[in-house]
Design a protein around this ligand. Structure first.
Ligand SMILES: [Fe+2]
Length: 319
């Protein structure tokens, strides 16, 4: 889709990496969307799945039905596959006095339903999960731990559903320094060929998760899952939840983690409140840089993970 065929939003390459497309919704698009969804509550969209598609349609209509196609084409295109979506303005007049947190939930719901269907998030029991990052934490994974870097990974390694895309949205931020989102496209990983050509690349690995994830089973798939039509590699990898069962697997995964963390093509993206990253989960790895410790550090995030419509029917994935 050419930029002269879009309406109600602008498109620019990100300054740090032109694979990442910056989409800015215009104030009139946001205002029109907010007026259309003013009577929808967050609870109602949690209870009724079809309402989420209505909310998505309300946003798409404000762009002459161009936003959905643009996002889907961009996320499915391996060369790009990632969008930073932001809003031109977020004052209460533009938001038609909708509560800011509610607006964020409605907006990311609209976006997720323009590109597919979100999976049930077992951590929250909903189609989205909200979580806080604070100065102190005693959880059982690195997700909420501010003082350390969260290593590059893809999502959904340990669930049965397809996880074609991930949405990471920032709703609130207080007293934060650092903690940028980290991104690396699989094709920009300089040691990709070394690991992709290894005997272990297609070996089935066992994946599990800690109790907080509420997933009571294991999954089995290689790090490099089924390729795209043209044979380009796609990855499903996270260091914390791989459960190697022999030395060859363990050393392969260890060296992969070391290589990814040393990769100089990884870049950081700052998200402002009300913006979100939308990434193709199988060709982009993501992580988070550590934060500078501050007493009142507080960040409210929302995530959705899901499948393109054609992969959304619930059944065990074959990878
Ligand atoms: Fe993640």
């Amino acid at each position: 889709m050419k930029s002269n065929q879009i309406k109600g939003f602008s498109v620019n390459p990100h300054l740090k990496n032109n694979r990442l497309t910056v989409v800015t919704l215009s104030s009139s698009t946001i205002n029109g969307f907010c007026k259309k969804v003013a009577k929808q509550s967050v609870q109602s969209i949690e209870y009724k799945p079809f309402l989420r598609f209505h909310v998505a349609n309300c946003l798409n209509q404000e762009t002459n039905n161009t936003l959905g196609d643009f996002l889907l084409n961009t996320i499915k295109d391996r060369q790009t596959g990632a969008v930073l979506l932001q809003c031109e303005s977020l004052d209460s007049e533009t938001l038609n006095n909708i509560d800011f947190i509610d607006f964020n939930i409605l907006l990311s719901t609209a976006i997720s339903h323009l590109i597919g269907v979100p999976n049930l998030d077992s951590m929250s029991g909903k189609f989205y999960a909200r979580f806080s990052v604070k100065n102190e934490d005693n959880s059982d994974s690195y997700l909420r731990q501010a003082h350390r870097r969260m290593e590059l990974h893809t999502d959904g390694t340990y669930v049965k559903e397809h996880t074609d895309w991930v949405i990471m949205q920032k709703m609130l931020e207080i007293d934060v320094e650092g903690g940028e989102s980290l991104l690396l496209h699989v094709d920009d990983w300089q040691e990709l060929d070394k690991f992709y050509s290894d005997d272990q690349a297609k070996a089935e690995i066992q994946w599990g998760s800690p109790p907080s994830k509420n997933v009571g089973y294991k999954t089995y798939h290689p790090v490099f899952i089924k390729e795209e039509k043209q044979g380009e590699p796609r990855m499903s990898f996270i260091d914390q939840f791989a459960e190697p069962l022999n030395t060859d697997q363990g050393l392969y995964l260890y060296e992969m983690g070391e290589s990814l963390e040393a990769e100089t093509n990884t870049f950081g993206v700052e998200l402002c409140e009300g913006s979100m990253l939308i990434i193709n989960n199988y060709c982009w790895l993501h992580g988070r840089d550590k934060f500078i410790a501050r007493k009142n550090l507080h960040r409210e995030l929302l995530r959705q993970r899901g499948a393109f419509s054609e992969n959304a029917r619930f059944e065990q994935k074959s990878v």
